[in-house]
Design a protein around this ligand. Sequence first.
Ligand SMILES: NC(=O)C1=CN([C@@H]2O[C@H](COP(=O)(O)OP(=O)(O)OC[C@H]3O[C@@H](n4cnc5c(N)ncnc54)[C@H](OP(=O)(O)O)[C@@H]3O)[C@@H](O)[C@H]2O)C=CC1
Ligand SMILES: CC(C)(CO)C(=O)C(=O)O
Length: 313
Amino acid sequence: MKIIIAGAGAMGSRFGLMLHRANHEVVFVDGWQDHIDEINKNGLQANFNGEEIVENIPIYNQNEISKINYSADLVILFTKAMQLDNMLQSISNLLHERTKVLCLLNGIGHEDTIEKYVPYDNILLGNTMWTSGIEGPGKVKLFGDGSVDLQNLGVGQKQIANEVIEALNQAGLNAQYSSNILSSIYKKACVNGTMNGLCTILDCNIADFGKTSYEDRIINQIVDEFIAIADAQNIPLNKDEILDQIKSSYNLETIGLHYPSMYQDLIINHRLTEIDYINGVIVRKGEQYQIATPYCTFLTELIHTKEELLGVK
Ligand SMILES: NC(=O)C1=CN([C@@H]2O[C@H](COP(=O)(O)OP(=O)(O)OC[C@H]3O[C@@H](n4cnc5c(N)ncnc54)[C@H](OP(=O)(O)O)[C@@H]3O)[C@@H](O)[C@H]2O)C=CC1
Ligand SMILES: CC(C)(CO)C(=O)C(=O)O
């Protein structure tokens, strides 16, 4: 399959690298010039489950899209939430009638942005439990295991979702069809709505948070707020399943050692976070539906306070 990865940071690099190694034709598009220069010069360098590897994958700046003479079957969106609109604008000339677009960003509501640029029938929504970390321009660290859930938005487009699932699975990405992707997205948002903000404020990895005596109480409160908001929109969620998924992330063999992407953004790289697309969505929808969301509100405010303290813009 011809695949464009739009947003070749930590996660885009992981997916691009694994798909390239499975013989798919991958092209990266990104906006970080040092990263682009390093990949063009020395290839994408990865510590891939302990092994140092280098893969040569073409990469272009999103401002030089006209240089891409490439009609993709699939675009995988992997920007940060606040970069999504800008990236879609940049790549709009690469989106042909048959180009499918899969969104794997964390957070809630990205379909509203994507629909401005992509026909509804070509949109696939998904989420992933894979992880990744950028060590510097052109260099990523990839460890642990993961999975992908995805679904077509357009009615009757399941065949398209299945073709994408097959391509991802050829690369070992453990993709599966979700019969209710909005539930899956809310379920994953509960993991991010707890682990990302909490590990960032508490300066710890997922496993360390899981060892504290407060973990159960805090995650229960936050998950209850996500469930109340999902319920108001008739999105079914199963609390036990969500708590199991969060608690299984504490495991050292899966992603326990991972510092969530929000930690990488704010604490390591002093960059703005996606909090407004995760807990912040729950706060805004809580105001709309008149549902109290004190834990999500406090966590959102704490993260914004930390952004201010670190002078992040
Ligand atoms: N990292 C993870 O483990 C996971 C992340 N996700 C989600 O996947 C999506 C993509 O996240 P992720 O891959 O972590 O994002 P990254 O921050 O690694 O990359 C996103 C973009 O940020 C810019 N960028 C990244 N690092 C730097 C830097 N040091 N200096 C300057 N620019 C930089 C680049 O674009 P530009 O220059 O145009 O700004 C890049 O395309 C997000 O929605 C995230 O929540 C989901 C699961 C796990
Ligand atoms: C790995 C996980 C699930 C941690 O919350 C994630 O999505 C992230 O780091 O953003």
